[in-house]
Design a protein around this ligand. Structure first.
Ligand code: LLP
Length: 420
């Protein structure tokens, strides 16, 4: 294999000597390939974000729920969050203890809440009404509450989860009511939580947001923790030199905020974060075969691949940018040209990259879609009755191992029942 613009994967030594043509021949295309070392590195960076001693990084599993992924995160000593019984189930299977799991609910049913209670998982509720529901189901226990501190941030309005326009969190004006309900059901408020949104590259909204939830925290005595949520961004435009999030500065600023709060509050509480994307995004390159190259509507050149939005929905759903590398079987000169990369779904929104300046692409090439590890496979679907792809981990010793099989045709029909 040859790389026509493999700058990013070369820098990370991503494939560790594995040939992308051999990988896709063995496991099929498209294929999510992960580099285990990168997952570990990102876990360690966030575990060591601050110097304040009582600090906990909980991986937000919605970004990538594969068992192998969770196992690696567990072995790095992080905790996890969960949104659903399905995530709790996978996390327990991956070896997490109930006390390592924090379920952050949003409009859950009684049955879903009961599942977490039965497993011994601490629950964070997101409305006054669901606090009552929790109190009825599990009186005289501990609970956490998600608040909306009024500051939101994120890469797209669909993922801004605090501020005036969102469904999330309890508004501070309800604090007196919250206190009454806690008392009525004998509940201890173990912690308060917020998540302002997904993907910030500037740290000020996060720091200001932390201040807002800490102001809310002061209304409650004897909390054990405050959780600031996730949102730590990664540079999706590495090929254009986009800089990384300044973690050092972020950690230093958080340390100042933490120290000040602890002095005022009079108790060394735990501070938690819930990063999903930062831990997982850069650990995966999504490989896709190019099946066809053609011109449509005059000069518009298209490369048709097998990554439809059922395999990677982020570009179609949020106009997200993913850098693309071009891999070839034979060496050839790099002639850059503008091209649109599309999938195989029968919708014109099925676009991975629009009008991109890339080395000339030909049928038979393989493209590497970078930074696909967060909200990539976890958002896959079987739309058009296509098979969700396999996942492969490149271990630290360079060995490639299958961690999720590709779907089979039989699985597509497994849950359907024929009419008689
Ligand atoms: N905590 C809570 C309560 C969340 O809802 C989320 C993400 C996180 C933590 C982790 O956020 P992160 O660190 O990954 O930014 N599908 C979208 C992102 C959706 C984020 C949903 N909530 C995307 O592909 O960009």
């Amino acid at each position: 294999m040859y790389k026509l613009n493999g700058i990013v994967t070369d820098e990370f030594d991503f494939f560790k000597g594995n040939d992308v043509y051999e990988l896709t021949e063995k496991y099929g295309s498209p294929l999510y390939v992960y580099n285990e070392g990168i997952i570990r590195q990102r876990c360690r960076e966030l575990k060591n974000l601050v110097s304040y001693p009582k600090f906990l990084a909980q991986y937000s599993a919605k970004a990538n729920t594969s068992l192998a992924f969770l196992q690696v995160v567990k072995s790095e000593g992080l905790h996890v969050d969960a949104m659903s019984p399905g995530e709790i189930y996978a996390e327990l299977e991956a070896g997490f203890k109930p006390e390592d799991i924090f379920m952050i609910t949003n409009n859950v049913s009684e049955a879903e809440m009961q599942y977490a209670i039965d497993k011994g998982v601490l629950i964070c509720v997101d409305s006054v009404e669901q606090l009552v529901q929790y109190g009825r189901l599990n009186p005289n226990s501990s609970v956490a509450i998600r608040f909306n501190g009024g500051i939101g941030a994120g890469h797209h309005e669909k993922v801004v989860t605090a501020g005036k326009k969102t469904k999330f969190g309890v508004n501070p004006e309800y604090i007196p009511q919250v206190k009454e309900i806690l008392k009525q059901y004998g509940l201890k408020l173990a912690g308060v939580q917020q998540h302002i949104g997904s993907l910030f590259m500037e740290i000020d909204p996060y720091i200001n947001g932390s201040q807002a939830i800490l102001d809310i925290a002061k209304s409650f005595d004897d909390l054990d923790f405050v959780d600031f949520g996730g949102g730590f961004g990664i540079p999706y435009k590495k090929l254009s030199g986009q800089p990384r999030l300044n973690l050092k500065e972020c950690g230093e600023k958080l340390d100042i905020v933490f120290d000040k709060f602890v002095k005022e509050y009079g108790k060394e509480i735990t501070f938690r974060i819930e990063p999903g994307r930062y831990i997982s995004a850069e650990s995966s390159v999504l490989l896709t075969d190019v099946h066809c190259v053609k011109y449509n509507n005059g000069p518009h050149k298209f490369a048709g691949t097998d990554v439809g939005f059922n395999v990677l929905v982020r570009p179609a759903m949020y106009d997200s940018h993913h850098d693309i590398e071009v891999y070839t079987r034979q060496e050839r000169p790099v002639n850059e040209e503008e091209i649109t990369i599309v999938g195989n779904i029968c919708e014109s929104g099925d676009i991975i990259a629009k009008d991109r300046l890339l080395p000339e692409i030909k049928a038979g090439d393989i493209l590497g879609i970078l930074d696909a590890g967060a909200y990539g496979h976890s958002m896959c679907s079987n739309y058009n009755n296509r098979l969700r792809p396999a996942e492969v981990f490149i271990r630290e010793d360079g060995k490639a191992v299958l961690t999720r099989k590709r779907d089979t045709l039989e699985q597509l029909l497994e849950n359907y029942i024929r009419l008689n």
